[in-house]
Design a protein around this ligand. Structure first.
Ligand code: URA
Length: 209
């Protein structure tokens, strides 16, 4: 698989522009992230399989569509991934949540894992891995490596912004995992930041520096 699906819904693009602006406050950034993640979740789940179930309406019985299979898992790459969770859980409240802690060594830009928690039967579920920024791809690759070690075969990766370098690197390791993003930016700078980007997503959502 190559490239990424760009979610070009006008509301997504408008909200993303507001998030990029450096004068957007922490509260504003967080609110926009929650709103945009609901829209991204809608798009990333657009082709989920349905199955028919017999239900009773107040008037009659009917065959009606429901989601097939086990509940989804949203796997958040800490800490910035958590910013996408709330909006996604607004839309799919029954989803299970996995947390994966990997941080980037600022010298080497390599991913180092420090936390992993997931449902026992995660291997039988569709897992949507979330991280706002696909930059070098190191942490996303490490997170997907860990999920595959746990038996997960059905995966999607959702982010807000992706660098072309990150998409290429990620798909070299995981060509079977489709990437969904609101935009593909120009490049990574020498510090591993996406340009033009929006800065450090974690710092902007939590007001840290
Ligand atoms: N992580 C961020 O938060 N921002 C970037 O630009 C790259 C990685």
């Amino acid at each position: 698989m190559n490239g990424a699906t760009v979610i070009d819904h006008p509301l997504v693009q408008h909200k993303l522009t507001k998030m990029r602006q450096k004068d957007t406050s922490t509260a504003g950034f967080r609110r926009l992230l929650r709103e945009i993640s609901t829209l991204l979740c809608y798009e990333v789940t657009r082709d989920l399989e349905l199955t028919m179930e017999t239900i009773e309406t107040p008037l009659t019985t009917m065959e009606a569509p429901v989601l097939e299979g086990k509940k989804l898992v949203f796997a958040s790459i800490l800490r910035a991934g958590n910013g996408l969770l709330e909006g996604m859980l607004d839309l799919v409240p029954s989803a299970r949540v996995s947390h994966i802690g990997v941080y980037r060594d600022h010298e080497t830009l390599e991913a180092i894992e420090y936390f992993f928690k997931a449902p026992e039967d995660i291997g039988q579920r569709l897992v949507i891995v979330v991280d706002p920024m696909l930059a070098t791809g190191n942490s996303s690759i490490a997170a997907v490596d860990r999920l595959k070690e746990r038996g997960v075969t059905n995966l999607r990766f959702l982010c807000l912004l992706a660098a072309p370098e990150g998409i290429e690197h990620f798909h070299k390791s995981h060509p079977d995992v489709p990437i969904y993003t609101a935009a593909i930016d120009s490049h990574l700078n020498e510090k591993g930041y996406i340009v033009p980007g929006l800065g450090d997503a974690g710092d902007r959502m939590y007001g840290t520096k």
